[in-house]
Ligand binder design. Structure first.
Ligand SMILES: Nc1ncnc2c1ncn2[C@@H]1O[C@H](COP(=O)(O)OP(=O)(O)O)[C@@H](O)[C@H]1O
Ligand SMILES: [Mg+2]
Length: 222
């Protein structure tokens, strides 16, 4: 499972005379296992849309359904459970904890979720292998390249087996070779783990790793 739907989604910022409509009546549907790229000019509302569907911000009007559930109807508890268990986030800047090792960073969601680390030993080994950083498991983030750090943040996003990953310009800060490696990793995760992916990207090339493109302009789907 890993599907996303929005119905008449509207997001406005500001009050009264300063009110700006950033998302204007967005209806999108992303099915289980899809890998979708969200594209559009800077300021067109891509990150805002990603945050709304990821439950990091609330719409002004309309609704977001994740795996068939209207997320506005969830209790705080259910919402944080959804965010911890079913959704993984990857951002442009990797947000790793600098004084934790690679494996400690990857295991952070397990610890935060109050689960037993020993239950995830095999999954950790498998993920370290998938991201190609088995030999760096005891390294600190500062000892890694940008591309390697981003791979660690992807590993952290998938450790709990989410059904969906939201990524906001995940290769925006990387050189083209590292960018390709990160995109290959997303593709692999999408295909092998059947995790639905919604990525924001500026690059047509990286959008090709997905199955479909949604284009936004001035807060509307084009
Ligand atoms: N918290 C906020 N308060 C006010 N305006 C915002 C806020 N977040 C985004 N915006 C505005 O919404 C528009 C879309 O922003 P964003 O979703 O970040 O665009 P994109 O990711 O496509 O570059 C921009 O004009 C931005 O200035
Ligand atoms: Mg953005």
């Amino acid at each position: 499972m890993g599907n996303i739907k929005t119905v008449n989604l509207i997001k406005e910022f500001g009050e009264k005379d300063n009110k700006v409509r950033v998302l204007d009546d967005i209806d999108i549907e992303i099915k289980d296992g899809e890998f979708v790229s969200l594209m559009g000019p800077s300021g067109s509302g891509k990150s805002t849309l990603l945050y709304l569907v990821g439950g990091l911000d609330k719409p002004t009007k309309g609704k977001v359904l994740i795996n068939g559930k209207d997320i506005s109807k969830l209790s705080d508890n259910e919402m944080s459970k959804l965010r911890r268990r079913d959704i993984g986030f990857v951002f442009q800047f990797y947000n790793l904890v600098q004084n934790l090792t690679v494996e400690e960073n990857i295991m952070l969601p397990v610890v935060m979720n109050g689960e037993k680390e020993s239950n995830y030993k095999e999954r950790l080994d498998y993920i370290l292998k998938t991201i190609g950083l088995e030999d760096k498991r005891k390294s600190l983030p500062k000892e890694l390249s940008g591309g390697q750090q981003q791979r660690v943040s992807i590993a952290r996003a998938v450790i709990l087996n989410p059904s969906i990953i939201f990524a906001d310009e995940p290769i925006g800060n990387l050189d083209s070779k590292s960018g390709k490696e990160v995109m290959e990793l997303f593709k692999k995760i999408n295909e092998e783990e059947h995790i639905t992916i919604l990525q924001v990207t500026h690059s047509e090339e990286s959008a090709k790793y997905g199955n479909r493109i949604i284009r936004l302009k001035d807060g509307k789907i084009v």
